[in-house]
Design a protein around this ligand. Structure first.
Ligand SMILES: [Zn+2]
Length: 428
């Protein structure tokens, strides 16, 4: 039974207080603005609360109206409409904005030239890159599916030490290619001697060595080009025994394997070698029929569609895009698991709205998209303390300006991003 005072607070969308203090202390959690001088937020150890929010705790749960989230030492302590807040706890009134679990982007690359020199670059510069590409889009966790591990691992260490403001990062390090199988579209971006150090194993033993070399450096995913565009319109598949050896080596280390499939043959090699996640929908899907997709779904291989990337970097021609959308639609209808990812870093347009619209065109509703962004990848990556808003889970949160249940473009209208209880980005 609520006291009259508590009842009054509930009606105003506030948490049930001792004594509420509002704006002054919220300041302690204000993030640096993306354009100004930047330093990490003051503390992850504090207790604070979000109040007056419409909360979607998970993709399936009904919304909590005028809800509160109590956060302590980077974790959610309590969430709901009747959360009791200790006296003097700083609160952030979000004015009925929408709060969901932090988003995952399961396909990014930290491979643009700007990331080089990761040890020497001033933190403020790296903060600006992350704010633009990742945090202002609501991503609290990213999977880097191919970059120079020497750079990415250094950046990750700087984030984990608190020096740089960024997301949680999983990385695949160097991608692994078929023999003589470096994609033609990378050639202009690589030095002439690249083919000496980019792994293109010609035997199963070579594939195992390539996987283990990455893992020894500290990477946590494996990325295979099971179908590589060696020329425009020409796909070179990875020989199946090589792909199988790489997948087995990764699985022996409990690592997930991503594959770049391109066409039917590249998808078949991924399926038959035991790959876990297709990093793209196949974009030359001739031969991929319902029967084949049923096998893919039965194998539990997930897919990151990256539909906007095809439209912006290959062609906006409907004749090219529609067959790709049809594969995603059928895969989804058959119960296949989709994960959200955009391929930013390869694609230099970082905005996410186009991907949400393309997914809606493939008949995904907003709850299914929320699952792709949150609970789905958290389960797939065995990050069991992430993906939903619940007591004991990581306080990785996104605050949206408007409600995605009315319009999926709202997923792109981020007001603030919170990772492990720290406000890392907020709309200026
Ligand atoms: Zn990519």
């Amino acid at each position: 039974m609520l006291t009259k005072r508590a009842q009054r607070h509930r009606e105003n969308g506030q948490c049930i207080p001792g004594v509420m203090r509002r704006d002054p202390l919220v300041h302690a959690f204000m993030p640096p603005t993306p354009s100004g001088p930047q330093s990490p937020p003051s503390s992850t150890l504090g207790t604070w609360a979000i109040q007056n929010a419409r909360i979607y705790p998970s993709p399936d749960a009904p919304p909590v109206e005028r809800g509160c989230i109590l956060i302590r030492t980077g974790r959610v302590v309590d969430v709901g409409a009747d959360v009791e807040i200790p006296l003097g706890t700083p609160t952030m009134d979000v004015d009925r904005r929408i709060v969901t679990a932090g988003f995952w982007n399961a396909h990014v690359h930290l491979s643009e030239r700007k990331w080089a020199g990761a040890l020497r670059r001033p933190a403020a510069e790296l903060n600006g890159f992350f704010s633009d590409m990742v945090l202002s889009r609501g991503f609290t966790t990213v999977a880097d599916t191919g970059s120079d591990p020497r750079i990415t691992l250094r950046i990750r260490r700087r984030i984990e030490s608190g020096d740089v403001i960024g997301p949680s990062i999983y990385t695949a390090g160097s991608g692994i290619y078929p023999p003589k199988g470096i994609p033609y579209y990378l050639e202009g971006t690589l030095p002439w001697y690249a083919s000496w150090f980019i792994p293109q194993p010609s035997s199963p033993a070579g594939a195992v060595r390539a996987v283990e070399r990455n893992i020894a450096r500290g990477t946590d995913l494996v990325k295979l080009f099971t179908g590589s565009y060696v020329q425009r319109g020409v796909v070179r598949p990875m020989p199946l025994p090589i792909a199988r050896a790489a997948v087995d080596a990764a699985h022996a280390h409990h690592q997930l394997v991503f594959a770049h499939p391109s066409n039917f043959e590249g998808t078949r090699v991924a399926l038959e070698s035991g790959v876990d996640i297709l990093a793209h929908a196949p974009d030359a899907p001739q031969g991929i029929d319902g029967e084949f997709l049923r096998r893919v779904v039965a194998s539990r291989m997930a897919m990151v569609p990256t539909l906007k990337m095809f439209r912006t970097t290959v062609s906006s021609d409907r004749g090219y895009l529609q067959p790709i959308y049809e594969v995603v639609r059928r895969f989804h209808e058959l119960g296949g698991e989709l994960l959200f990812g955009t391929d930013v870093g390869y694609m230099t347009d970082y905005s996410t709205e186009g991907e949400f619209l393309a997914l809606a065109e493939c008949d995904l509703d907003w709850r299914e998209i929320l699952r792709m962004l949150t609970e789905g990848p958290a389960l797939r990556f065995s990050a069991t303390d992430s993906g939903v808003i619940a007591p004991g889970k990581r306080a990785d949160l996104v605050i949206l300006d408007s409600d995605p249940s009315r319009d999926v473009r709202a997923f792109a209208r981020v007001w603030s991003t919170v990772r492990r209880g720290q406000v890392l980005w907020r709309q200026s």
